[in-house]
Design a protein around this ligand. Structure first.
Ligand code: PAP
Length: 309
């Protein structure tokens, strides 16, 4: 008899227009490439979170690279935390400094021994919270979740796809698929909601807060991690311009995802959606947020306030 995973695989495997790099599988309400589902099973079986672990979680294109840079930099510069295993950003892309649980840690080798990594171990994930082992709730490990307005998240994803595959796909069709959740790690709205509902142990950060008041937001992240550090230096070290120029120096280097290193740094602004989406499309996103987040205390206003509020 087929395993539940096999049954899922045999189900619909939508070939959404912009998924030219392969098939996605619906699993526990989310869409992923098959290898991510396998990796999430390995994580649940083998990952033993330590109280000192720090996990940076995010939906793709919401500020993951920036958060990786900032957090690794905070830990390295902290006078109150030892972080001997964390490399600096001088020549590396932040994705090389902070590994994904589902890729570098448990992607290729499901039973990889990660006990040798010195604490605090800094990991990242695009997996929903429900894909991680139950012990993340009890181990005391810390989560920072970064999120971003769905309109800018979508536009960033659409640009990345066009850039990566050299084909501009219809924004209307891509948008419809985003709204239906047919994107890697989608649906966006459920992904954000899962972490929002666990925010007693998850620090919630928005891309918009980071843009509006980087020093204040970095200070809060440092405080959450129990680190004393010079926030102005961290913000400078992780600025869009600085990180992009380091990546450009890498030339044609390609990250495991197939993205060139500088593809993680496109424009880095809030409100780019205004160039690409109509007011009607924005209204559609607002309606979905209203429907899916109703009663949770979460709404799109989290993207419109500033860090100090
Ligand atoms: P990932 O999920 O593939 O890692 P992620 O880093 O979450 O992508 O998102 C990339 C976005 O963050 C890009 O947004 P854009 O397409 O709207 O421009 C990228 O430019 C932006 N970004 C990356 N680093 C920074 C930074 N240091 N400051 C501001 N924005 C940044």
């Amino acid at each position: 008899m087929d395993t539940p995973q096999q049954q899922q695989q045999d189900q619909v495997s939508p070939q959404a227009k912009w998924w030219v790099d392969g098939q996605r599988i619906g699993y526990k309400g989310f869409w992923f490439k098959p290898e991510f589902i396998t990796a999430s099973e390995a994580i649940r079986a083998h990952y033993k979170p330590l109280p000192s672990d720090i996990i940076l979680a995010s939906f793709p294109k919401t500020g993951t690279t920036w958060l990786k840079a900032l957090t690794s930099s905070i830990l390295r510069h902290s006078s109150t935390s030892s972080s001997s295993s964390i490399q600096d950003l001088d020549h590396l892309n932040p994705h090389e400094v902070v590994p994904f649980l589902e890729i570098e840690m448990f992607g290729d080798n499901p039973s990889k021994d990660i006990t040798e990594i010195s604490s605090p171990r800094l990991f990242s994930t695009h997996l929903p919270l429900s894909f991680l082992p139950e012990t993340v709730k009890t181990s005391g490990c810390r989560f920072i979740y970064i999120t971003r307005h769905p309109a800018d998240t979508f536009v960033s994803l659409w640009h990345l796809h066009n850039n990566k595959f050299g084909t501009e796909i219809s924004i209307r069709q891509a948008f419809e698929e985003f709204c239906k959740g047919l994107v890697p790690a989608g649906p966006y709205f459920e992904h954000v909601l899962e972490f929002w509902e666990a925010r007693d142990r998850v620090m919630f950060v928005t891309y918009e807060d980071l843009k509006a008041n980087p020093e204040e937001t970095v200070r809060k992240i440092a405080e959450f991690l129990g680190c004393k550090t010079k926030v102005e230096e961290i913000v400078k070290e992780c600025s869009f311009e600085k990180l992009r120029s380091t990546s450009k120096e890498r030339g044609e280097g390609v990250h495991w995802s197939g993205n060139k290193y500088d593809m993680f740094f496109r424009k880095g602004v809030v409100g780019d959606w205004k160039i690409h989406l109509t007011q009607e499309m924005m209204k559609e996103l607002e309606d979905i947020a209203d429907l899916k987040w109703r009663g949770s205390g979460l709404d799109l206003n989290i993207f419109y306030r500033t860090a100090s509020q």
